[in-house]
Design a protein around this ligand. Structure first.
Ligand code: SF4
Length: 143
């Protein structure tokens, strides 16, 4: 399972892709399931950027943190959780063992995420859910 933006899909919040030749080369010959949890949740492309607030993805699932739009502080937590659930359903359906996801995203980050504008150690909402289900999540920055 791979973040669709890394494959060249223009699904980022700013309407751009994050196409990575390094990722594409690493995936050659492998079966790939693209996901974009935020687009799947109907948040739109482009969409306002979102930061985590009060903690990271694990804290969101524990009810201690939220996903808020950066400028207007609108709560997008439920939509982000919906996108994560859709990714988990796909992972189970296709028996995904490894997810390669985009670092620093509030959904897909696996090592660092933005919390209230500051980059800090932690994982995004989708990554936290996949890991809680026993799936391995690695960062594009690990390649
Ligand atoms: S990082 Fe994840 S949620 Fe963000 S655009 Fe890429 S696939 Fe979608």
């Amino acid at each position: 399972m791979v973040s669709a933006c890394l494959l060249g899909e223009a699904c980022r919040y700013d309407g751009r892709s994050q196409r990575s030749e390094r990722v594409l080369a690493a995936l050659e010959g492998k079966a790939v399931i693209p996901i974009c949890p935020e687009a799947a949740a109907g948040l739109g492309i482009p969409r306002p950027p979102v930061d985590l607030a009060g903690g990271t993805g694990v804290d969101v699932w524990a009810g201690r943190a939220r996903a808020l739009t950066r400028e207007t502080r609108e709560d997008r937590t439920a939509a982000f959780q919906d996108g994560a659930q859709q990714a988990l359903e796909a992972a189970r359906r296709f028996d995904v063992t490894v997810a390669l996801l985009k670092e620093k995203s509030p959904s897909c980050g696996s090592q660092r995420v933005y919390e209230t504008g500051v980059l800090r150690p932690g994982e995004g909402i989708t990554t936290a859910l996949l890991r809680a289900d026993g799936r391995t999540v690695v960062s594009d920055e690990d390649l």
